[in-house]
Design a protein around this ligand. Structure first.
Ligand SMILES: Nc1ncnc2c1ncn2[C@@H]1O[C@H](COP(=O)(O)OP(=O)(O)OP(=O)(O)O)[C@@H](O)[C@H]1O
Length: 500
């Protein structure tokens, strides 16, 4: 039992509603020194809401908060950070068009000022020192942030929000944006903070990760706290039951080991060069689930973009049904789909409604005579997807920006299932979704295979690739380093040797 003096953050009877949505229904939570306190629950259960309130990002309707024994009502995220409460958000949160150093010290430029002039040299020097302390030597303060991909930007963000002042750090579903190396860096940091008597609130949907990293766990459901478990009490079946309120089986993935599919090639890379990738070859067949695994910087995300016509091809070609792919518009016209890993920036129009996002790729088929969009058909189409994916919302006209992370991911997936695409490029398709929906998505992907659809599944989750794919291509340093066929004997270790 932790003593009162060890409590860093205390939340008492907190309520928060967004119009008709009761996001928090009287939450009581204590976070103590040395804890890596897991917070789990289905998508939309209130995890980000409660932590973002404590981190000064939004207000609450009623309740009380105490931070290090003092009443706590931070005016802003910066204020909270200055006082020692930091949060790493789910989505990319860096500023484009400026350097890494400027991102790291945004709002703190005065620290590098002499006679009102900011010394960029000093700032870059400090940035590089800071990056080195975090083990991020591959990132350089003087570079433009735009040179770095999604994962590195997330690492830069971690480096920005954590400082010597940090007493409590919230890690909100961050690891899904990171590859194994990035994850290891974050785990090391989290453990270091806990060992120094600070605390971490760790939000994740990855059961293995929770069991490994957290030393205490609180389960939320529909804005209520269902219970808190000690390390000894953490048992996957029990946690899942507490989260969902019903038994969830252990089988997420397809259970068959039949890797057969049609011989018809629907998508092909022919000696294709783009970005750093040279002479790349790949064949995706009708009825095939082809996986690509590797570290985030291995080039696999670029393959996904090129497959959807989003990369400039310098030599060779990407062909769909034997025809050269010209652009992403051409890809959509050829009935292709692409679920981008970069959800808010590339996959969704966050300032649009759920309905509009879902129907967007299907507009041609929902348009009748005289080019009028059928409202009835559109509503029906969106409603079907909202129900199938159990998107937690008040109604389809709610803005996507107001959805929880996992529910946004469902919209990103649903818009392509609404279209009924034949070729689906999925980059981290289950990023941030809860176990129940993951199970549904895997089932759907398997059904798609049976219907003869072709799926290119790019993922950093080896278990997902092994569980779902007919064949897995592993990428390292922008080339294919190994290939594995579906087999019940295939283990993660068989793949890891080709990744690192
Ligand atoms: N700004 C907002 N406007 C309207 N509703 C909101 C807003 N922010 C959150 N909500 C709603 O509050 C509920 C709780 O959302 P929250 O983001 O806390 O869930 P979560 O547990 O973090 O989910 P996930 O695992 O998907 O990230 C959801 O129903 C969400 O749609």
């Amino acid at each position: 039992m932790k003593e009162e003096k060890d409590i860093l953050l205390e939340i008492k009877n907190m309520h928060k509603s967004f119009l008709a949505t009761r996001a928090l229904k009287g939450i009581d939570l204590k976070i103590s020194k040395g804890q890596i306190h897991g917070l789990v629950g289905e998508n939309g259960s209130g995890k980000s809401t409660v932590t973002s309130i404590a981190a000064g990002m939004q207000g609450y309707d009623s309740g009380e908060m105490f931070f290090m024994g003092q009443r706590w009502k931070p005016a802003s995220m910066i204020h909270a950070q200055e006082e020692g409460f930091s949060m790493i958000l789910q989505e990319a949160n860096t500023i484009s068009g400026v350097t890494v150093a400027e991102n790291l010290f945004a709002g703190k430029e005065w620290d590098f000022c002499t006679c009102g002039i900011v010394s960029k040299k000093k700032m870059i020097h400090a940035a590089n020192q800071r990056l080195a302390e975090f083990g991020m030597n591959h990132i350089h303060g003087e570079d433009s942030i735009d040179r770095y991909g999604f994962e590195d930007r997330k690492l830069i963000e971690i480096c920005r929000v954590v400082s010597d002042k940090t007493k409590v750090l919230v890690v909100d579903e961050t690891t899904t944006a990171l590859s194994q190396t990035g994850r290891e860096l974050l785990y090391k940091l989290v453990r270091k903070l806990a060992s120094e008597g600070k605390a971490v609130i760790f939000i994740s949907h990855d059961m293995e990760e929770i069991l490994e990293v957290c030393n205490i766990l609180t389960v939320l459901r529909d804005g209520d706290i269902i219970g808190t478990l000690t390390k000894e009490e953490m048992e996957p079946k029990k946690i899942r039951y507490m989260m969902v309120g019903r038994e969830i089986g252990d089988t997420y993935y397809r259970e068959d080991f039949d890797a057969s599919h049609s011989n018809e090639i629907v998508l092909e890379f022919k000696n294709c060069s783009f970005k750093k990738i040279k002479n790349f070859n790949l064949q995706l067949h009708k009825g095939e689930i082809l996986g690509i695994g590797g570290l985030s910087g291995s080039g696999m995300h670029d393959v996904g973009r090129a497959a959807f016509g989003l990369e400039k091809i310098s030599s060779g070609s990407v062909e769909c049904h034997g025809e050269r792919l010209k652009s992403c518009l051409d890809a959509i016209n050829k009935n292709m789909a692409y679920i981008s890993k970069n959800r808010d920036q590339e996959a969704l129009i966050v300032q649009g409604s759920i309905n509009d996002n879902i129907i967007l790729p299907s507009i041609p088929s929902l348009t009748g005579k005289f080019m009028f969009l059928s409202k009835r058909k559109s509503m029906k189409c969106a409603k079907e997807q909202i129900e199938a994916f159990r998107i937690k919302c008040n109604n389809g006209s709610q803005f996507v920006s107001t959805l929880s992370g996992g529910n946004k991911q469902k919209v990103s997936f649903a818009k392509w299932t609404a279209l009924g695409s034949d070729i689906l490029i999925m980059d981290c398709p289950t990023r941030g979704v809860d176990i129940g929906v993951k199970q549904f998505m895997y089932h759907l992907i398997h059904e798609m295979k049976k219907e003869g659809k072709a799926i290119l599944m790019i993922s950093e989750e080896l278990a997902e690739l092994i569980g779902m794919c007919d064949k897995i291509m592993i990428m390292k340093n922008d080339t294919i380093s190994g290939t594995k066929m579906r087999s019940k004997d295939l283990q993660q270790t068989d793949i890891i040797e080709y990744i690192i």
